[in-house]
Design a protein around this ligand. Structure first.
Ligand SMILES: [Zn+2]
Length: 265
């Protein structure tokens, strides 16, 4: 390897090294525009595979919570507004994608039993996007494959690469490939999500009950929420350690008139 090449490689990694909103160092090799395009393409594919719910009340409810949660959060490079879809499916699943896409399965509405708990779910997913976790995951998965055309793979015919890429984005369950976010990313999404929901005027204390409900699901719960997540004890301790800060955000939001009133029926 020549010296120049080593220097070029070092420079590339230097530029690719970013810091997450909570200060964790991360490797982000792909431009945000590419992640946005991938998110949009992946969302279209989930819509082809999973039927949309035509329950008007459920759609309005999820939209109401998601709108309140994302009010101050930029959807992406091209989108001004987050697109929200409710999918008709029993599993307690939810996801958010770069490019401003949010998906909630109807099964989630049984686990997240109040607007505050649903806000905790949506905020957790949006936090994964804000903290560029998909970019980080794609970077570590595909860093070794030079010239790997992410979007090309995603728009092509079904293939193992395509399924792997959907898994990287967090929607692999639809194609049978499960790739949960790692533990550091999950903890970060929990804490950042707590701030986001509180800042939107949802009661952050209810996140504790949500994760209790989720844990009670046991094996029935989707991997995004259980498998690599910090242990139940660790998660509760971490959330409680940040609760005083979240309560300040919550109280300030309420003083500013942010009092979401989304009704599930
Ligand atoms: Zn997560």
């Amino acid at each position: 390897m020549t010296k120049a090449w080593v220097a070029a490689l070092a420079a590339a990694f230097l530029f690719a090294c970013a810091t997450s909103p909570l200060g964790r160092r991360q490797l982000n090799l792909f431009p945000e525009s590419e992640m946005t395009a991938m998110g949009v393409a992946a969302f279209r594919q989930v819509k082809e595979k999973v039927p949309l719910s035509n329950d008007r009340v459920a759609n309005n409810y999820v939209r109401c919570v998601a709108d309140a949660v994302t009010r101050d959060i930029r959807a992406g490079e091209t989108a001004n507004q987050w697109e929200v879809a409710v999918f008709e499916n029993k599993s307690a699943n939810a996801f958010a994608l770069p490019g401003g896409k949010i998906g909630v399965y109807t099964g989630m509405l049984k686990v997240a039993q109040t607007q505050h708990q649903l806000a905790a779910v949506v905020a957790h997913e949006v936090a994964h996007v804000l903290a560029r976790h998909a970019n980080e995951r794609a970077s570590t998965q595909f860093a070794t494959q030079t010239g790997f055309d992410l979007l090309g793979v995603l728009s092509g015919t079904p293939s193992a690469s395509k399924n792997a890429l959907l898994a990287v984005l967090g929607v692999g369950a639809q194609v049978g490939v499960i790739l949960p976010f790692d533990r550091a990313q999950e903890s970060e999404a929990d804490l950042l999500g707590l701030d986001i929901m509180a800042g939107a005027g949802f009661d952050p204390r209810e996140s504790i009950q949500l994760w209790r409900n989720m844990a009670a699901q046991g094996k029935a719960a989707p991997p995004e929420f259980i498998s690599t997540h910090p242990s139940h004890q660790t998660r509760m301790a971490d959330l409680n350690a940040r609760m005083a800060h979240a309560m300040q955000l919550y109280e300030r939001a309420r003083l500013q008139g942010r009092r979401p009133a989304c009704s599930p029926n």
